[in-house]
Design a protein around this ligand. Structure first.
Ligand code: SAM
Length: 242
């Protein structure tokens, strides 16, 4: 089967292997897949509970846009931003098919191409692994700039520091792949995971973020309002600008 390309632009130096990763797993690239739908269903009740007022939303690192469409369906005015040309192209294709009004823009979360005080909400879902600490610092600073003073920053992530010791060689991931190697760097800031299938193998370097480190960085710019644990290793946190 020929897979469409999901090349994460070279703008981000920590994208090692992500093109193969996004090609291999529909979890982030096919909004109709069971894996993607499960993510939407898991977060929808939380988003609706904690986003009581309708308004302008920035879906930051939106990927192919599933969460943008979800919020549009709930009456929000949504912009999706992602650095990857392929992700944005696919998001626009989905938008055309759904007659969606979401505006999808290719751009960098470290330099958000919007004026100060533009958004009521900024959503940042499942994207921390792309950013090393100085980069994430830039992202958070930019999020505070584009949020309205009474706006909310909503972040959802898996605590990789907690999850990593539980990952084992041989663990099956998705329908075709298993983990064949786990290689953390000496300081455990990043981890290279090798995925293998009957047909191919590839390695991805993930930045390792734990809840404590995310909170420390976020606390420079935001005050925490809500933190909910989702499943065993993931967190849904809402911040307001300081
Ligand atoms: C795991 S996907 C998650 C996408 C989406 N939030 C979701 O939950 O389906 C992470 C996304 O981050 C994007 N990304 C990585 N670096 C970025 C950057 N510097 N600026 C904007 N997006 C970036 C990738 O292109 C990818 O689409």
């Amino acid at each position: 089967m020929k897979r469409e390309g999901f090349i994460c632009n070279a703008i981000n130096p920590f994208n090692m292997g992500f093109a193969e990763y996004y090609r291999a797993f529909p979890t982030y690239t096919d909004i109709h897949s069971e894996e993607y739908r499960r993510r939407l269903e898991e977060l929808e009740p939380l988003l609706i509970k904690y986003m009581p007022r309708r308004g302008r939303v920035l879906d930051l690192a939106c990927g192919v846009g599933g969460f943008s469409f979800l919020l549009e369906d709930h009456g929000f005015d949504v912009v999706g931003l992602d650095v990857s040309e392929e992700m944005i192209a696919k998001a626009k294709e989905y938008a055309r098919k759904r007659a969606s009004k979401v505006e999808f823009i290719q751009g960098d979360a470290r330099e958000i191409p919007f004026e100060d005080n533009t958004f009521d909400y900024v959503l940042f879902i499942d994207s921390l692994v792309h950013f090393e600490p100085l980069e994430l610092n830039k992202v958070f600073k930019e999020v505070r700039r584009v949020l309205k003073p009474e706006g909310k920053f909503i972040i959802y992530f898996t605590d990789l520091r907690e999850l990593l010791p539980r990952l084992k060689d041989g663990l099956v991931v998705g329908q075709e792949y298993w983990i064949s190697k786990i290689i953390p760097d000496r300081e455990e800031k990043t981890v290279v995971i090798e995925f293998m299938s009957e047909k191919d193998s590839f390695r991805v370097r993930f930045n390792i973020w734990g809840k404590t480190a995310v909170e420390l960085l976020a606390n420079l710019y935001f005050a925490q309002e809500v933190a909910e644990k989702v499943g065993n290793y993931s967190y849904f946190i809402i911040y307001r600008p300081k």
